[in-house]
Ligand binder design. Structure first.
Ligand code: HPA
Length: 247
């Protein structure tokens, strides 16, 4: 099958694309196992778009249990070449407060113990893919142009720090990440981006800031609740349908 203009992987609080029309539900299996859930294939503004909820549609998978390889391979098997990852994140840098959308251009991987390569099986080819620029430049530029066309505010850069979770970070961890140069913190950006590169997919991240990361906001004692995260994702996602249609 071919002709999928875009595959979208939804994160926390983003379990479906309401704007998709004529939706077909697919349950592909891959050489890496089953993806997080069904793939919804439909049309958006006349283009075929595939959507997959990263944590499962009922948010049953924590970040370290997601089969990132199967998710990407399943989208690829349907003919997708361009993957837009929607990632719910905490904001560290001052331009990255709650409800901001950002398209990061760099990342730092703090995750551990995850299957992070397709070169796992005995006899598989050993890949050392270039990852200096972890997101596909052309796709990032398309995302940035689509946001401008749709009139959606977007910070067109930033460094994403991928943590292990599922717990949130300590203030000291966030202070260290700030010193490292991270603007955003999330739990699912890796190994997804690295695997996409190994699989030869075009991949970009649209980060949705749900909260100030621990100690990063004006109230250093603020407690982050899941309800705040979901509420802010809902607010920040208002411009997504228009942005995706433009993309
Ligand atoms: N840290 C890590 N992941 C997140 C956060 C956070 O503060 N908010 C949403 N996802």
């Amino acid at each position: 099958m071919s002709g999928i203009a875009l595959a979208v992987i939804g994160g926390t609080g983003l379990y479906k694309l309401a704007a998709l029309r004529d939706v077909e539900t697919l349950q592909p299996t891959t050489r890496f196992g089953a993806p997080s859930g069904p793939i919804r294939l439909g049309t958006l503004d006349g283009h075929r778009v595939a959507f997959l909820a990263r944590h499962g549609e009922g948010h049953s998978l924590p970040p370290h249990k997601i089969n990132y390889r199967a998710n990407l391979a399943a989208l690829q098997s349907l003919g997708a070449q361009r993957v837009l990852a929607l990632n719910t994140v905490g904001g560290i840098g001052e331009r990255f407060g709650p409800c901001v959308l950002a398209c990061p251009d760099q990342l730092i991987d703090y995750t551990w113990g995850r299957v992070s390569t397709i070169c796992e099986d005995e006899g598989s080819e050993v890949l050392h893919v270039d990852f200096g620029e972890p997101y596909t430049r052309a796709l990032r530029q398309d995302v940035i142009a689509a946001a401008a066309k749709a009139g959606v505010d977007l910070v067109a850069e930033g460094c994403y720090g991928a943590t292990q979770g599922p717990r949130l970070e300590t203030r000291a961890e966030i202070a260290r990440m700030r010193r490292d140069g991270c603007d955003l913190v999330g739990m699912t950006g890796m190994p997804e981006a690295g695997l996409a590169r190994e699989l030869g997919l075009d991949y970009a991240c649209l980060a949705i800031v749900a909260n100030w990361a621990a100690g990063a906001g004006p109230d250093p004692d603020e407690v982050i609740t899941l309800q705040d995260v979901l509420d802010n994702v809902a607010v920040a996602s208002a411009g997504l349908p228009a942005l995706l249609a433009a993309l």
